[in-house]
Design a protein around this ligand. Structure first.
Ligand SMILES: [Zn+2]
Length: 126
């Protein structure tokens, strides 16, 4: 509770806490549970998060990031190796799927942190 009673975090700190999956306000309690489900409220400071609706923003940001990470690798493979399509798929698909699964909760935490900082909480009741 001590962190919650102090001054609010800077936007950057709240964003980093969100990316790490922590409460943007106190940085202690988890922001997500069961992979992508938003907690109702922070277990540490009690900040309510259950009414936030990130909608399609986290997948959009994930596609943007993963696409930019994979595209150079894909071009490198295409230009330097003569692999069959099946071999390319065997290399790229696990990489794409793994990166997507790793990046998506980080993006959701970041979007939720931005929503919390800007007080863009959505219109649905908690
Ligand atoms: Zn908290």
């Amino acid at each position: 509770m001590a962190a919650a009673d102090s001054a609010p975090p800077t936007t950057f700190n709240a964003l980093i806490r969100g990316v790490l999956g922590r409460c943007p306000r106190c940085g202690q309690g988890p922001l997500l549970h069961r992979y992508l489900k938003i907690v109702g409220e922070c277990s540490s400071c009690g900040e309510p998060y259950g009414h936030f609706r990130a909608d399609d923003a986290p997948p959009w940001l994930t596609i943007l990031i993963v696409g930019h990470l994979i595209a150079p690798f894909f071009l490198l493979i295409e230009e330097n190796f003569e692999l069959t399509t099946a071999t390319e798929l065997a290399i790229l698909l696990p990489l794409i799927i793994g990166l997507t699964l790793a990046v998506l909760p980080r993006c959701k935490g970041a979007i939720l942190a931005v929503m919390w900082v800007t007080k863009a909480e959505g219109t649905e009741p908690g």
